[in-house]
Write a protein that binds this ligand. Structure first.
Ligand SMILES: Nc1nc2c(ncn2[C@@H]2O[C@H](COP(=O)(O)OP(=O)(O)OP(=O)(O)O)[C@@H](O)[C@H]2O)c(=O)[nH]1
Length: 293
């Protein structure tokens, strides 16, 4: 027990030193950690009692692609319009999300540009403990640079840890027509995969999602990312299948009420409208319980 605790602690110390890329003393006035709910180097990512390591989700992408907005809207209930006033992220911002025994992970929000060649940035240490890497691409901007950055990031990460789930959010699709969305997705999908094939890395699998903070698509995409990190998922899905077949209920979701991401659903297809309806119902229940609870 003691040695487990010691090794958890030393792993944590190692991770903290891996963040040396951004000077933690460098307390930029324009960037208030408290306001942004962002803490540096102080969170206990490993439980000191049992040494359990929480899965890590990285948010990466070019500057202003929408990474911090996604984190704030999904996990801090920030309204989408408020994200217009978010400051640019200057250093790696780590957050511990522990809403339930299933929704328990760390999110690391990265600044726009990471220099993989900077010797003080220990990316090997960061990728080694990563469960999912979300790469955010601004679909309203020219994405040539984003695609080359995606390629560089994915290939580096894969070399260090081939078990990472690579998730690409084609983000800010609220400004696009349905046809345009599909067209962008097809184009980005093809170019990203062509780059991997050219590098002889076709075995790397990228998953693509069309997302926006102005509708429920970001919650749905995040749900799918989180589900892949839950080892009990098949059991939960089976239980929900049994539940709907015995109750006559049409569709069942197992929700994390705090974030509105769904941890599991039965095996019938997810209809976006049903999901949105459930999210709205959760909001109503929370509002009423705030008034009368
Ligand atoms: N239209 C639209 N705008 C968005 C969306 N998500 C984020 N934005 C806007 O994009 C801008 C940049 O968002 P940030 O979250 O600061 O981007 P970031 O990737 O964290 O930027 P850095 O910290 O500089 O790396 C903000 O003005 C947001 O309001 C979206 O889904 N749709």
């Amino acid at each position: 027990m003691t040695s487990e605790r010691d090794s958890a602690q030393s792993r944590e110390e190692e991770e903290d030193s891996a963040l040396g890329y951004y000077d933690e003393e460098d307390d930029l006035e324009a960037f208030s950690d408290t306001e942004l709910g962002c803490e540096d180097g102080e969170l206990g990512f490993t439980n000191p009692l049992n040494g359990e390591v929480k899965p890590r989700i990285l948010l990466m992408g070019l500057r202003r692609s929408g990474k911090s907005s996604i984190q704030k809207v999904v996990f801090h209930k920030m309204s989408p319009n408020e994200t217009l006033f978010l400051e640019s992220t200057n250093k790696i911002c780590r957050e511990d999300v522990s809403n339930s025994s299933f929704v328990s992970f760390q999110i690391w929000d990265f600044p726009g540009q990471i220099d993989f060649f900077d010797p003080t940035f220990d990316y090997e240490m960061i990728f080694r403990g990563t469960g999912a890497l979300i790469f955010v691409i601004d679909s309203q901007d020219d994405y040539v640079e984003a695609l080359s950055r995606l390629h560089l990031t994915v290939t580096r990460a894969y070399k260090v840890n081939p078990d990472i789930n690579f998730e690409v959010f084609i983000h800010k699709v609220d400004g696009l027509s349905d046809d345009h969305k599909i067209e962008k997705q097809r184009d980005i999908h093809k170019r990203a995969n062509d780059d991997l094939v050219d590098a002889g890395l076709e075995r790397i699998h990228l998953s693509f999602y069309l997302t926006s903070i102005y509708d429920h698509s970001i919650f749905e995409a995040f749900s799918k990312v989180v589900q892949k990190l839950i080892p009990q998922l098949p059991t939960l899905e089976n239980l929900l299948n049994i539940f709907i077949s015995n109750s006559g209920i049409e569709k069942a979701f197992l929700f994390d009420v705090v974030s509105k991401i769904y941890i599991a659903t039965d095996s019938s297809p997810v209809d976006m409208q049903t999901y949105e309806l459930c999210c709205d119902m959760i909001d109503v229940v929370i509002d009423i319980s705030c008034i009368y609870g």
